[in-house]
Every structure is written in structure tokens, then in C-alpha cells.
Design a protein. Sequence first.
Length: 351
Amino acid sequence: MKNKEQKCKALPLVSVIVPIYEVQDYLERCIKSIIEQTYKNIEIILVDDGSKDGCPEICDRYAKKDSRITVIHKENGGVISARRVGIQAANGEFIQLVDGDDWIAKEMVAKLISCMIENKVDLVICSYFLVGKNKKKREGYLKGGYYSKKSLEQYVYPKMIYTGKYYECGVEPAVWNKLFRKELLKSVIYNVPSSIIMGEDAACIYPLILKIDSMYFLDEGLYYYRLNETSATRAYRRNQTLSTVELILYMQKQFEDKDIINIKLQLDFYHIFIFMINLSNECKAGLSKGFLKRYYNMRQFMKETDFKRVMQNQNLQNMGKHQRVALGLIKHHGLWFLMLMLALKNSILRF
């Protein structure tokens, strides 16, 4: 027993941080999957971001069962705020982030930390599964293996945000399928504006990748991302569109002085991608009360991010079918016509 404890202490400590907000139906599976990791030298930091459901009680109950668990209860401040609080409390040299409604394979931490240590890299990324009615492995653009700085500059940077296929990114912008060195993660996550409520992962990951000297991509599905129709990413977000104005401007600023092939094209396509997500979000409620306000939200987004320039400079043939139709309608008939058609469609589908 003594030898086992000594061996465990000799291994690097990994801090697994879970931001939690009203996911009581899924939280226990998430926590159990972390507790049952084959890699035992972990600390588990559960950050309750002001949940009003049963999450706080679930966190406290598991903390009593496992001494590796620390629970932090805080006022609701959003996922960036919760992650920052967790990172500030972390004692590990390495950080792994897990969302409270997802779960991880029991060997995930062990495999990621092995890749990190054995290859002496700054970042490790793995594949993941999308879990809804069916389970499907997400096929990424990257090939498995080691990437030096030269490889990053030649093969990753030119296509990391956009590969040329709508909408496919070279590097998944999520934080939850990656293992970070804590100091590196801290150097970028504290710069991301707290007001960004969508795209906060991209605002962290892409600037971080520019800083690293090496990376390892493990082409094995170790993370299980739940396609939850009631989650924050699926439900209507009242403040989303105006929040993404700051996201777009922040992303542009991070890359403005970087000599990277295709970077302007990549950022423009990311811009269009965010526009389409906002459009879908603002039309979810159909023609119900507040439609005019949602229309003005979209107009303000287009104006403040110079979206007109982006549309004029793009070849619509590079878009998907729905994107070509939507942008074509805006060019010829205006935003009002497009939103009216989409909102009317959503209103009809409700009956």
C-alpha cells in the first residue's frame, strides 16, 4: 500500500475542472466518470456556478465520498467565470476541463498525460464522440501524431479555423477534449472577455495554439459530448447576438499582426459561421413578440462587425446550400426579408 501511494505521488497531478450549471440529470454520470479514472493522481474541482436545481447537493454529496473532490459554490457568472475560478484553485501542473453534462472514458486522463509527458508537448488533443440518439465519433481534420512548431506553421495554422469546407475547422475549438499545461492556459483564458457567452472556447483555443511549440493529436475517442436539446448551446439565448460582436472583434485582434496563410479568409468564414448561428437563434421564437428587437440585434451585429464587407468578399460557392441561400437572400432582398421568412417557418412548425 505504501509503495502504491509513493508511486501515485510521483506522478504529475492533473486538476480536472468541471463548470456546473443546472445539469442535475447528467451530473452524477459526469462525476463518476472522473472518479473512476485509471489515473489516480487527480484532483477534481467542481465549480457550481449558481445552480438553482439539485447540482449543489450532488456536488457536496460526492465531496464527502472522495477526498480528491473540492467543491466551489459561486454566484452565476457564466462558463468562463466558472473555469477561471477552478483554474485559480487548481494545484496541478496540468489542467483538464470537463462540462457537467458530458462524461469521459475511464482511461482519458491516463492517455492524455502519457502523451504529454512522453512527447514533451505543450498541448494534447483527442477525438470525441457525439452522443444523442446514436453515438458517433467525430472525425477530425488532423492526422494523429506529433506536431512540432514547424509542422504547426505548415499544416495546422493555415487551416485551423477553416479548412475550405463549410463549416469544418482544422482544430476543434472546444476546451474539453484537451489537456493543458496550467500556466499556458492561464496566459490566454484570463484575456477572454467575460461578456462572451458563445464562442468563448474558440477565443481561448486558437490564440493558445499560436503560443505553443508542440502538440500531440491522439486520434482516439475519449470524451463523450452529450447532444442535449435543453442545454445552453441549444436553447434560445437572449443576449447571444450582441455578445458575439465582442467575440468577432476579439478574434480579429488576436490575429491582426500574425503572418499566417489564409488567416483573413479563415476569420471571414468564422464570421459567417457565427452570423448563421445568430440568425438561427434570433428566429427560433418565430413571429412572436420581440421579433423586431431580434431583427435589430442582427442589424447591429452586421454593422459593428462590418459583415457587409465579409459578404462582398466571399465566393458563395464555397458555402453549404443553406448558407448560400441565406446570404443570397440578404444580398438581393435584405435581412428583413430573410428573417421574416425564417421566423414564419418556425411559427408554422409550432402548430
